[in-house]
Design a protein around this ligand. Structure first.
Ligand code: GSH
Length: 210
């Protein structure tokens, strides 16, 4: 398998966590952020991660997690029970379609010549408010949807980690700075802080960039 990446990508780290959990290796392919033509040619869209496996190209981190589960069901990341699996799907969809919206809008607002600071504050307050959701999901269990690492943790961790972990000095992606600025402080969310440490200690695919 080959996995196309740019450095410090949150969505690539989702896949890297899943590969590490399943004990799988990939050949990394470095993508120039300024030239996505190879990725577009391969997958029909410009974003990473893209997984190439036996002539197939799979884009979108959530789709890749499902693909890996089907390909290597050992050490599962999704529940086998259909109801629990559907619930996990709803969480992952909520994270991608709802949770990600405020930090993406802050990122876009800050790129304007005169950012609307009031709007940034309101969007940031929404992000802080949602930390309570994760804190509650971790009551009485080690991971977001149970006692074992799952696709829910792989999905949320690369974003929520910035509530505790610092942005790498070599990482110039403004989106990560937005996460770090608005997810802090984590002091009021001790279960979330412990979960970030717990997931951060999990294996990644060999040679992953975090
Ligand atoms: N829905 C996609 C989103 C992928 C995405 O936004 N990838 C980012 C990297 S984390 C990207 O390629 N951004 C373009 C860029 O940074 O130029 C997924 O989950 O994989």
């Amino acid at each position: 398998m080959r996995l196309y990446r740019i450095p410090f990508s949150t969505n690539v780290e989702r896949v890297s966590l899943a590969l590490g959990h399943k004990g799988l290796e990939v050949e990394w392919v470095e993508v120039d952020p300024a030239d996505r033509s190879g990725v577009v040619e391969l997958s029909g869209q410009p974003l990473v991660p893209v997984l190439e496996d036996g002539g197939r190209a799979i884009a979108d981190s959530s789709t890749i997690l499902l693909y890996l589960e089907g390909r290597n069901p050992e050490r599962p990341l999704f529940p086998s029970d259909p109801a629990r699996r559907a619930e996990m799907g709803v969480f992952i969809d909520w994270f991608d379609r709802v949770w990600k919206v405020p930090p993406n809008e802050i990122d876009a607002e800050l790129r304007r010549p005169e950012p609307d600071r009031g709007r940034v504050g309101a969007l940031g307050a929404q992000m802080v408010g949602w930390l309570e959701v994760f804190e509650a999901m971790l009551a009485g269990r080690a991971y977001l949807m149970g006692d074992e690492l799952s696709a829910a943790d792989c999905t949320a961790f690369p974003f929520l980690k910035y509530a505790v972990l610092d942005v790498d000095p070599a990482d110039a992606d403004q989106f990560h700075a937005v996460l770090a600025a608005h997810l802090r402080p984590a002091d009021e969310h001790p279960r979330l802080a412990d979960w970030i440490e717990r997931v951060d200690a999990r294996p990644r695919a060999p040679d992953a960039i975090r």
